[in-house]
Ligand binder design. Structure first.
Ligand code: DGL
Length: 263
């Protein structure tokens, strides 16, 4: 039994899509979320830069007594998780584009993957894609600019509508029936993406699977919080802008402390 918080970090607000799934599946657990928005987007940085930022975030979460760290960012996971696991003893959960679930679901044998340049160019992504690619056409699309628009609160802007159409419409010619969202920011765009894809394409993200995996690891390591009437605390840190977080979590029922702080 361990009442310490679950630590979660992302290059910015995208990992809140994962935070929502974790707090829903594990209502007794406390959480600390780091939005490293001052350094977003990670997807355009070098691997060395991404590793350095991940180390900074990890050390902050360890200093806040977290018991496990969820790297709620595909770009950070695919570029840095192996290094983090070698460097620290705390358990890490990573997130990667859901190629395997898409492989299992596709009937047309053609899937699209929307992700950042940093994820698509990573070795870990190439290895996973190769593993499941047999007989499958994978169309990779770099979502250039999408993270920055989300980080600056422009989710419903004409620029966003334009970019999404420019990226997604052409790949519909390839008979895809699954579109993998390989970036934790993108689930916030699902209603707009559906306007382009219609209802016939499955949009797949990894949020729920990550929450389930977090639960399984806590149980297997005997570090869940088992106190049934506990009152979990949730702290969300941003090093740039807390307004966008308020907007994104506007309808969320959980109480959380929002902290603007340099880290
Ligand atoms: N949420 C991050 C991801 O899942 C966004 C990366 C970025 O900052 O470019 O990849």
């Amino acid at each position: 039994m361990n009442t310490n918080p679950i630590g979660i970090f992302d290059s910015g607000v995208g990992g809140l899509s994962i935070w929502k799934e974790i707090t829903t599946l594990l209502p007794d657990e406390s959480t600390i979320y780091l939005a490293d928005s001052a350094n977003a987007p990670y997807g355009d940085k070098t691997q060395e830069e991404i590793i350095e930022l991940c180390i900074k975030n990890t050390e902050k979460l360890i200093s806040l007594d977290c018991k496990i760290i969820v790297v709620a960012c595909n770009t950070a996971t695919t570029n840095a998780i192996n290094i983090l696991r070698k460097k620290y003893t705390i358990p890490f959960i990573g997130i990667e584009p859901a190629i395997k679930p898409a492989r299992l679901q596709t009937k047309t044998n053609s899937i699209g993957i929307l992700a950042t340049k940093g994820t698509l160019n990573s070795l870990l992504f190439a290895q996973t894609a190769n593993k499941y690619m047999d007989g499958i056409k994978i169309i990779e699309i770099e979502g250039k600019g999408l993270v920055s628009l989300i980080e600056t609160g422009k989710i419903h802007s004409p620029e966003m509508t334009h970019l999404l159409y420019q990226y997604i419409h052409p790949i519909l010619q390839n008979n895809i029936d699954c579109l993998v969202l390989g970036c934790t920011h993108y689930p916030f765009l699902i209603p707009q993406i559906k306007k382009i894809t219609g209802d016939t394409i499955n949009i797949i993200d990894s949020g729920r699977a990550i929450a389930k995996q977090t639960k399984a690891i806590l149980i297997s390591q005997n570090t869940s919080n088992n106190i049934s009437n506990s009152s979990p605390a949730h702290k969300i840190y941003s090093n740039l802008n807390t307004e966008i977080i308020k907007t994104l979590l506007n309808n969320h029922s959980l109480n959380f402390d929002l902290i603007l702080e340099k880290f």
